[in-house]
Write a protein of this length. Sequence first.
Length: 134
Amino acid sequence: MLMNILAVLAALVWSFVVGFIWYGPIFGKKWAEYTKIKQNDKVMKANMKKYILQNQVFSLMWIITLSYMIYFGNPVYIDQVIVLVVLGWLAFSVPAVMAPNIWEKKPLWLGMINIFASLSSLLVAGIILFLIIG
């Protein structure tokens, strides 16, 4: 299989857009409250480009993995992609986010915001990959 770079990049861009909306107007204030990050934190603002780049590298890793899951899973219909994404999310994202959340005694809602952000991004990425790769 030759990876479709266009599909991966499109999924990466839209995954970023979903995250921007999720952690901005939808849950931005609650997320900042739970993480104790101040909206006008100068260090955070000064390092924002670095944080975005690091996040995009990790997002690229799971989008590439997702593209292979879709390729090898060979879904025919979009609902099959959704099931594939949800199962992968349940198996990998939920435990990876919620276990440290519990041990680090972070608010349950912080974990919920983060895991459903990953589900939203994965669903959008999965649908884009499916539509482009076919």
